[in-house]
Structure formats: structure tokens, C-alpha cells
Design a protein around this ligand. Structure first.
Ligand code: 4AD
Ligand code: MG
Length: 451
């Protein structure tokens, strides 16, 4: 589609305007002076370009005016684009005119020197303007684009699940609760899955993509209380089909980011050779095989005693993996690994038992390499009415709230499966960000809700 705003040109397009006069608008990233020259780095959201102001080339007042351009002042320039192999992006702009939108009355709080993380988090609304944050948010946008592209191109229909819900999906201990008029309590959705199952029975293959909420008490580098999840759900898919789909999706995301985000990954200093390797087939291990590996390697389970001391155990079959176990398993792998068939006790009520081993459910988690941790959780769903009812009862879930969900097993029940990919976990892994708080514009965590 042709843009109606032809006169406005962005930094990322300057390569197409060599020798031409352009108008740019943005913020001062940096300004230095040397005699008759001023060098102003203009940041416009698409990139940064150095603009050169040479006193003899402009009116007297223009040169003086430009001297007030402190860090993050907003301004515009008119000038001619010049090729310059030494400049980042390969171009510079020779300024013919400068005008000002706003000069900050105080010094911008985030200077190029080091700041503590608490200070940066309190200034998140400004921190977003920094190069690294810019790069991360652009990769995040590319990941979202790649996800939508993948599902839209493969016959899936977008069917979004509600956020306000009357029931829990992923356990009752992490629910955010609110009063819902005269109808009692409502909860912020932990996962769109249950509704996606209903949509899949109507539309075949669907995905829901939106914010999800968990009142997680955990203060780790991978937990947010509000995070985005994409959840495909497929009628007639069994566990193996679902693992294949998860591999295809993750390969597509990573390879798309590699194609589209070279600049951003360079700003982040990301070792892209590791991402290049993310191609099918990934590794797969059953939970039982993974436990055998941990036992062989002598990776212990550490548990806190009631008195606060810790005890170590040989890793027992039946325990869930924590971060130390996941890391130990992933040490051997240079691309993601799917772990499947977990003990029923550690997984959710809706998962289908493995007919060939009733101790385990047809579950799958995908773990990312390089300390990425769990990026996907999914399963084949219990499709038998009586067994599902039994599970709901065993977990003491409110039967009333799940009646509609049971209906899906009453009217034309079919084998079906799906998974949830955590957007922020995925972006954290791909960008190499150390902490999940950097990969969402305004993170929500147990100790932070401002800004
Ligand atoms: O493994 P989880 O809990 O699975 C579900 O919610 C299923 N109902 C999904 C489905 O089958 N449709 O969560 C899925 C993913 C995790 O693998 C992780 O990537 C992410 O969501 N996730 C979190 N991300 C950030 N902060 C948290 N507190 C997260 N909890 C889960
Ligand atoms: Mg999980």
C-alpha cells in the first residue's frame, strides 16, 4: 500500500535517498561540537543517524539554535543524505535547517553512564528509549509477527479467549481475583486453553494470543505476573502431531528473527551462530529418560526442610523438574529439547493419560538451550467425559464452573491437543536478555506495578 505521508522519511530508509534532500524528526541521542561543526545524532524510532551541521552552510541563528539541543530534546532537520562508509548505517546527513519541538528543562535522567537496575526500572517509561531496549522491543514485535504469520499461513483461525473467567485453568494457587458485579468472583485468565478447546471444536485448528496472568510468588528471572501466550489448539491432533507443530513454530520464529532483525541482534551482541542451529529436528526425551540422565549425572534434588535447612536426594522419578534440573538436561544440547510424558501428579487436570503407561500423561514441555528454560507447555487433552469428571472432582475444582468444559466431551468428543508458547520466555531466549523484565514494555512482577 502506498503511504500518504510521502514527505516524511525515516532513518531506516535513508539508504534509498543518497544525494537527496530529506526531512527527519526525532530526539537527540547525542550532540558534540568542534569549532564550526556540530554532530547531532538523531534518533527517530527506526534508527540513529549522525547529522552534521557546518556553520558556513546555514543561517547564523540555525547554528546557535542547535546548541540548545541537549540529550532527548525533540527536533527536526532538513538536509542532504550523503554516503559514508564509516558511519553506522552507511549514511550521514548534511544539515541545511534545524527546528526545535521541545528542549527538556532538566537534564535527562538516563545518561550514558551505568545506572542501577532499580533506577532503570523506576524510569522504565524513559529507559525504553535506550538502544538495547529499542532492539529488544523490535525483536519482540518480529516474534509476534512471525507467530501470527505461521498460524495464519497454516490454516489456523484466530479465536481469542476471554481474559475475565469464572474458573481456573492452571491450578488455583496463582489466581488474580476480582468482584464481578452480582455474579460473584471472576479471575484473570491464567491460560486461554479451555476456551480454545471449545473454539477448536467449532473451527478445527485455532489459536488464541493474548495476555495471561499468574499471581506467581516466585521472584525469578523468568516469571512475570502478566505475560503473553500464544496457544494453538487442534482437533484430531495427538501428542506427536503437536510436538511436530511446536518444532515447526519455533524454527519459523527463530529463522524469521535471524532474517529480519540482524541490526537488532547486533546491537544486543547476540551470538547468532547459536540461533542458526535452531532447525528441525529438535531433541526429544521422555520424562523417564530425562530422570535417568539426571541420576546418571548425579544431579540432586534439593528440598527445604521445615526448620529451614536443606536436604539433598538422588533425583526421584515422580518429582517435577526445577530450573537446576532443566539446566542440567539442556547442557548437552545446542538446540531446543522437548520433554514428554510427565508423571500425572505434577501436571494439570485436563491432560490425557498415556494409554500405554497410566503413570504418565501425554504432556510436552519445550526447553530452550543457552539457559532459556521452558518456553512451551502443552499436552493432548483428556477427551473422555467420565475420566475428566473424575479428575475435576479429584482436584476439588468447582464442578459448576466446568460444566461447559465437560460439554465438549459430551457432544462429539475427539482427540485433541494444543500448547502454550510464552512470548516473553521466547524473546528472552532469542535476545539473550538476562532477565524477563526487559522483554516486555512495562513488566508486571510481584514487587513492581509502576510505571
Ligand atoms: O506450561 P504452562 O503453564 O501451560 C499452560 O498454561 C497451558 N494451558 C498451555 C496450553 O496447553 N494451551 O504455560 C505455558 C507457557 C510456559 O511454557 C512459559 O513459556 C509461559 O507460558 N509462562 C510464563 N511466562 C512468564 N511468566 C510466567 N509466570 C509464566 N508462566 C508460564
Ligand atoms: Mg509449564
Amino acid at each position: 500500500m502506498e503511504s500518504r505521508y510521502k514527505t516524511y522519511i525515516y532513518v531506516e530508509q535513508l539508504g534509498n535517498y543518497i544525494g537527496k534532500e530529506v526531512t527527519l524528526r526525532g530526539w537527540v541521542y547525542d550532540r558534540t561540537e568542534k569549532g564550526k561543526l556540530q554532530f547531532i545524532k538523531l534518533r527517530d524510532g527506526t534508527g540513529i543517524v549522525q547529522c552534521v551541521l557546518f556553520k558556513p552552510n546555514v543561517a547564523e541563528d540555525v547554528f546557535e539554535r542547535a546548541k540548545s539541543l541537549v540529550q532527548e530534546a525533540s527536533f527536526g532537520i532538513r538536509g542532504v543524505v550523503r554516503e559514508d562508509a564509516r558511519a553506522p548505517g552507511g549514511v550521514e546527513v548534511d544539515i541545511a535547517d534545524v527546528w526545535i519541538y521541545h528542549i527538556p528543562p532538566e537534564q535527562y535522567p538516563i545518561t550514558p553512564k551505568e545506572h542501577g537496575i532499580e533506577f532503570l526500572m523506576e524510569h522504565r517509561h524513559l529507559w525504553l528509549r535506550s538502544q538495547r531496549q529499542w532492539a529488544i522491543l523490535r525483536v519482540r514485535a518480529a516474534v509476534v509477527r512471525a507467530i501470527r504469520e505461521f498460524f495464519d499461513a497454516n490454516g489456523f483461525v484466530l479465536a481469542d479467549s476471554p481474559i475475565l473467567t469464572p474458573n481456573a485453568c492452571e491450578g488455583t494457587s496463582t489466581l488474580f481475583e476480582t468482584e464481578y458485579f452480582d455474579l460473584g468472583k471472576a479471575y484473570l485468565s491464567q491460560s486461554g486453553q479451555l476456551y480454545a478447546e471449545a473454539s477448536a471444536m467449532a473451527l478445527g485448528r485455532v489459536y488464541t494470543f493474548g495476555p495471561t496472568f499468574r499471581a506467581e510468588r516466585s521472584k525469578t528471572r523468568r516469571h512475570l505476573t502478566e505475560f503473553w501466550m500464544v496457544e494453538p489448539e487442534m482437533a484430531f491432533f495427538e501428542l506427536d502431531d503437536t510436538m511436530d507443530l511446536a518444532e515447526d513454530l519455533v524454527e519459523h520464529i527463530v529463522q524469521t528473527v535471524l532474517r529480519q532483525c540482524q541490526r537488532e541482534l547486533a546491537v544486543l551482541g547476540r551470538d547468532t551462530s547459536k540461533l542458526e542451529k535452531v532447525r528441525r529436528p529438535f531433541y526429544r526425551l521422555s520424562y523417564t529418560e530425562a530422570v535417568e540422565y539426571l541420576q546418571k549425572r548425579g544431579v540432586k534434588l534439593i528440598k527445604k526442610n521445615p526448620d529451614g535447612s536443606e536436604s539433598q536426594y538422588d533425583f526421584p522419578w515422580g518429582e517435577d523438574f526445577g530450573a537446576p534440573q532443566e539446566e542440567a538436561i539442556m547442557e548437552q544440547f545446542d538446540k531446543p529439547c522437548i520433554i514428554h510424558r510427565y508423571p500425572a501428579e505434577v501436571k494439570a487436570f485436563y491432560m490425557k493419560r498415556d494409554p500405554s503407561d497410566p503413570r504418565v500423561v501425554l504432556a510436552m514441555d519445550m526447553l530452550a538451550p543457552e539457559g532459556g528454560g521452558e518456553i512451551i507447555g502443552g499436552s493432548q487433552r483428556e477427551d473422555d467425559y467420565d475420566r475428566l469428571l473424575e479428575r475435576i472432582r479429584a482436584e476439588h475444582l468447582p464442578l459448576d464452573a466446568f460444566q461447559w468444559y465437560l460439554d465438549l466431551r459430551k457432544y462429539g468428543s475427539v482427540p485433541h491437543s494444543g500448547f502454550g508458547l510464552g512470548l516473553e520466555r521466547t524473546v528472552k531466549w532469542i535476545t539473550g536478555a538476562e532477565h524477563i523484565r526487559e522483554v516486555i514494555p512495562f513488566p508486571r512482577m510481584i514487587y513492581r506495578i509502576v510505571p
